[in-house]
Design a protein around this ligand. Structure first.
Ligand SMILES: Cc1cc2nc3c(=O)[nH]c(=O)nc-3n(C[C@H](O)[C@H](O)[C@H](O)COP(=O)(O)OP(=O)(O)OC[C@H]3O[C@@H](n4cnc5c(N)ncnc54)[C@H](O)[C@@H]3O)c2cc1C
Length: 467
């Protein structure tokens, strides 16, 4: 269990600021290696964006919509076997839009079949496309955009572009104009074996992770917002939290990279070149979500696990971000999500711009939230006729909500664009003992990306502490 602030020691080997999946993983690995680790989390709950909330008997998951199979190996290796064993496939992924309606297991075999039979693409082109994306890695050429990649293999085929791109835009906020590798790496991860989820829900996962952290000796303190990273002669000395200084040889910030540089540290720590580059980091867009709880005792039909729906004629990154977008993903949580429960919940997710929501006066804000809920229920009726009469809880989250709970710049859901990765990786060269972990560069975001990045950063910190 998290300890109270007054119980904290004055000094640790490492302080981790934030308990997103990246922060938790770094903390766990470092404690496993024998370091004395403290996690300080601003929210009352651990998990960051990997979180949930309860209303009238319902549990709503915020970011448990799907992740690639890679989570199985990653959780087994860097967390534990029990966590790994709760990872199960989401077998029914649905697309429904004016260009096509289909159901898929969202893996290479099924996509190859669909591309051949439904979209009439030749086997040779499909094989070449899959071979190209499978080879993509972080060190590749970053000048080719995803749009150019698609045009190379499927020129003029906006329907194919939509099939390939729409889920990835929801999965990491990337657009057709981002570097193709940010698409290729994530898409290939999914194509490996399909889309997976955590049986038992986010609350169970974070509970199991907390147990593992405590087993490894990590001290955890919630409701502890770090105000500043304290440095001395360009080196990390600790953090300032609730007016108290806690010293540490290394500090790992799981706060956003832009937050870390602009708010948690002083400008004069950085070289001009680094700071100028950091100022140019673009953050990804944010999200809106609508949470719908089905009255206890009511049932809904199995219409698929994850539904990518749209009434927009073609895929368009801008349309997807519009406040009144005609596109949304429905995640349907049947009782199997939390075995033993008889709960059904639905979460509608949309990508959104912070600026559209940030400056609304309170009355307009509440009105827009209500109309978002109403539109989501109307759209859901197409798949679950009569569902509106079964809903006993509805609530909306907006970019403002994500900003307030995680402190992320502009409520970003998926960290930064590609340039954030280089800054995150090189911050420790500017300030000895300061590291960053968390969603950057699109490819390090998402549950799998954040955990894997947590392992990479833990290795860096371990080397630093032992040097
Ligand atoms: C709506 C939505 C849906 C998503 N769906 C999926 C999905 O289906 N699959 C998937 O793989 N990914 C999904 N994601 C993305 C995924 O949740 C994130 O990429 C991942 O959880 C981010 O982990 P992180 O380590 O970057 O930290 P974050 O989760 O961003 O957490 C950072 C933590 O740092 C804390 N913090 C910040 N500043 C301070 C401070 N000064 N002091 C103390 N604490 C601080 C914050 O409170 C927060 O807890 C989704 C995200 C959103 C928003």
């Amino acid at each position: 269990m998290p300890v109270s602030f007054s119980q904290l020691d004055n000094s640790y080997d490492v302080v981790v600021i934030g308990s997103g999946l990246g922060g938790l993983t770094t903390a766990n690995r470092l404690a496993y290696c024998g370091h004395k680790v403290l996690i300080l989390e601003h929210h009352h709950r651990l998990g960051g964006l990997s979180t949930w909330f309860k209303r009238r008997g319902h549990i709503f998951d915020i970011s448990l919509h799907g992740f690639p199979y890679g989570m199985v190996k990653t959780c087994k290796k860097y967390w534990n076997k029990e966590i790994m064993q709760s990872i199960v496939q989401l077998p029914h992924i649905v697309f429904d839009n004016p260009q096509f309606s289909l159901r898929t297991t969202f893996d290479k075999i099924d996509f190859t079949k669909l591309l051949k039979t439904h979209f009439r693409i030749s086997g040779e082109v499909i094989d070449k496309f899959f071979a190209t994306v499978a080879k993509m890695n972080f060190y590749d050429d970053q000048t080719m955009t995803t749009r150019e990649l698609f045009e190379r293999f499927f020129p003029g085929r906006s329907d194919v572009h939509r099939l390939l791109m729409e889920p990835i835009t929801y999965a990491n906020g990337s657009t057709l104009d981002d570097p193709a590798i940010t698409y290729g790496i994530v898409f290939s991860n999914f194509m490996n074996k399909g889309v997976f989820t955590f049986e038992g829900g986010t609350d169970k996962l974070i509970g199991m992770m907390t147990d593992e952290l405590e087993k490894n000796g990590v001290t955890i303190c919630a409701r502890a917002k770090v105000d500043k990273v304290i440095t001395e002669q360009g080196r990390v000395r600790g953090v300032s939290v609730h007016g108290k200084t806690i010293t540490a040889k290394a500090v790992v910030s799981n706060s956003g990279i832009t937050n870390t540089i602009q708010n948690l540290t002083d400008r004069d720590l950085y070289s001009d070149e680094f700071y100028e580059k950091a100022e140019k980091i673009r953050v990804n867009t944010s999200s809106c979500q609508v949470y719908l709880g089905i009255r206890q005792g009511e049932k809904i039909d199995d219409v698929g696990d994850l539904l990518f729906t749209s009434k927009s004629p073609e895929f368009d990154s801008e349309e997807l971000l519009d406040m009144k977008t005609k596109s949304k993903t429905f995640s349907i949580y049947y009782p199997k999500t939390r075995p033993g429960s008889d709960q059904y919940t639905v979460v509608a997710s949309m990508n959104s711009r912070y600026d559209d929501w940030a400056h609304l006066d309170e009355e307009t804000y509440q009105m827009e939230k209500q109309s978002l809920i109403a539109r989501s229920i109307t759209d859901l009726e197409k798949y679950l006729p009569g569902v509106s009469t079964k809903i006993d809880w509805s609530e909306a989250a907006t970019p403002r909500t994500f900003n307030s709970y995680t402190l992320h710049t502009r409520g970003t859901s998926f960290g930064t664009k590609f340039e954030g990765l280089d800054i995150s990786r090189s911050i420790s060269k500017e300030v000895a003992g300061l590291f960053h972990v968390g969603s950057v560069g699109i490819i390090m975001s998402g549950w799998l990306g954040a955990i894997n990045y947590g392992v990479i950063v833990a290795n860096d910190v371990d080397v630093f502490l032992k040097s």
